[in-house]
Design a protein around this ligand. Sequence first.
Ligand code: PEP
Ligand code: MN
Length: 338
Amino acid sequence: MLVVMGREATEEDIKRVVQAIEARGLAPHLMPGPTRTAIGITGNTEAVESSGLRSLPGVRDLIRVTKPYKLASREMRIDDSTIKLPQTTIGPKNFTIIAGPCSVEDEKTMHKISEYLVERGIRILRAGAFKPRTSPYSFQGKEHSGLKLLEELKKEYGLGITTELMDSTHAEALEEVADLIQIGTRNMQNFTLLKRVGQLNTPVLLKRGMSATLEEWLMAAEYILSGGNMQVAMCERGIRTFADHNRNTLDISVIPPLKRQSHLPVIVDPSHATGYRPYVKPMALASMAAGADGIIVEIHPQPEQASSDGAQSLNFEEFDDLLKFFQKMGPIFGKTID
Ligand code: PEP
Ligand code: MN
């Protein structure tokens, strides 16, 4: 349910509505807009319509949200939401490029990558300290020492950090370092983890589960939003299909319906989607054309030496080439490259 306040509604009117919602044992979610405020209501809202909220001063309308995901829904919020990071804003006007190695690498390599990104004006570095690996025998990430290195890089270069949270017990350590906490594909329906990041103040990049429908993915976002963390970006990274010509099948076609049904920004990961360096650029460019708000892409100065996912990591030359194309395409799609 959504309470739409009139333009003339005062702070006092809004407060009264919030209190009335709470008094009914429901959760109010304030959504201030440029001209008017809306208040989302979650919980068992069945009795709300007949509860007299409509007649409170300043209330213009009471709208039933039909989708099972309420706070993530376009019905609840008509305009696109933006995610404010200290270094940049993810949202409709920008095309945010997040780049870096799959895993946190050794110190020298990480400095090299950071310097390179800063020179190119890229503001967000990606790198996993805790890695979800299919095999227990594969490199599992540098873990806490990796986080520490990311923290140093953030201080030295002013880069924002995207890194994956795999375990609720690491949430506080990650919050210290990350500007955008990644929830990986394999954890999209780890509800304990989703509830935990819902309590944090750090924005979240929610990757789509390998076999998740759009509705399941949005319901996962709803877990985070309903916990009070309204800063969620959706990340399409390819799904499992019968096709075996790519690592996954990049579901570019999910972007328009996602944008129609939700106000949340969308970031595409063309690296995990394709698994193969030559395919990354075309898929990255297609993402912008389909309406994405950015990409998260794996890069490495020497991909063949990467600790993980070297085959899908662009080298610096290839990444430069991709950037050149984005610079040309940005104005056509009304996006500033950031
Ligand atoms: C990653 O981004 O490092 C990663 C493991 O991605 P995904 O969860 O999409 O497989
Ligand atoms: Mn990877």
